[in-house]
Design a protein. Structure first.
Length: 317
């Protein structure tokens, strides 16, 4: 059964009524018309709710456990995925799975964050929080992609890089900086997609692309609303205020020219129809790669660096 968010309680109640009516087995009771009316009411309620989401509510949608994850997107959108492990310095980082694959018939390098989908997998993937070896692996794969002229596709979904003692001892900040630098310097097409939560340097290390796509209800921020509230107001109770102030939504970030394109999600969010959401994302990636077709390596690098250097010159209307 689908997990409903706090603001979706009216939707959950209506869907419950529809299930109850459909479950009636009395042959002399025709509930078709009533079910149809309730379904129309449900569609309207979903549309009204999801077109007026606050930044705080969008954050909840972005973190929904049933949104498509890296593993889902790889299985649905890519063929012949071959994982490549290790940074050649310390070890493997399961929070940032990476490898070679084919996207709609074309060879590519794909990498991203995997948060996990149950308790065991979340522990294995460290809740999508990358360690230094994960970002150094990303640099290794970007270098390989440049050598062989392969486009790179990144799928960003993390609350931030892992802040543990071991990660800091192994140079977390330096690894993130090197990964960001590799994104900006690479002479190969780079399409970055924020599919859920794009948090802090852990996200930007894989998201400094020629084209930055963002799912409609994803979020992207320098810090989580909870973290921001704890710093500014010394309490997590102001997280909703922080979410409003941070401009974390795809719509705000598009106005600020931080992201290039917003990928529409199915009515009610990507978690309601993951397959449709992934198809829409795939179309966006394909279009982005098509837009860059024929550009030289130097032109790709120059355009990417120019775009990021220009950030901060745009303001909200």
């Amino acid at each position: 059964m689908m997990t409903f968010l706090e603001f979706e309680k009216p939707i959950a109640e209506l869907e419950g009524k529809i299930r109850e009516l459909r479950g009636l087995t009395t042959s002399d009771v025709d509930v078709t018309a009533e079910v149809g009316q309730l379904e129309s009411k449900l569609d309207k309620l979903l549309k009204d709710t999801y077109t007026q989401l606050s930044p705080w509510q969008k954050m909840q949608v972005a973190r929904h456990p049933e949104r498509p994850h890296f593993k889902d997107i790889i299985a649905h959108m890519f063929e012949d995925f071959t994982p490549l492990a290790g940074d050649r310095y310390f070890g493997e980082d399961d929070a940032i799975p990476s490898g070679l694959a084919r996207f709609r018939g074309e060879a590519c390098v794909v990498m991203g964050h995997e948060k996990g989908w149950d308790t065991q997998s979340r522990i294995k993937h460290n809740f999508g929080m990358g360690r230094p070896e994960g970002y150094r692996k990303a640099v290794r794969l970007m270098d390989m992609a440049e050598r062989f002229g392969l486009p790179v596709i990144t799928l960003v979904d993390t609350s931030g890089a892992y802040p543990g003692l071991g990660a800091e001892e192994r140079g977390q900040a330096e690894a993130i900086a090197r990964s960001t630098e590799a994104c900006l310097n690479m002479r190969a097409p780079l399409v970055s997609c924020v599919i859920g939560e794009g948090g802090s340097g852990g996200a930007i290390a894989l998201a400094a692309g020629n084209q930055v796509l963002m799912l409609e209800h994803a979020i992207y921020s320098v810090i989580s609303p909870e973290g921001c509230a704890s710093i500014l107001w010394r309490t997590g109770d102001r997280a909703k205020d922080a979410a409003d102030a941070l401009r974390i939504t795809a719509q705000d970030l598009k106005k600020l020219a931080i992201v290039d394109s917003i990928i529409s999600e199915p009515l009610g969010g990507a978690h309601r129809n993951p397959e449709q959401a992934m198809n829409l994302l795939g179309n966006g990636i394909e279009q982005s790669l098509r837009d860059m077709a024929g550009m030289s390596g130097e032109k790709l690098r120059e355009a990417r660096r120019t775009k990021f250097l220009a950030m901060g010159e745009h303001g909200l209307a």
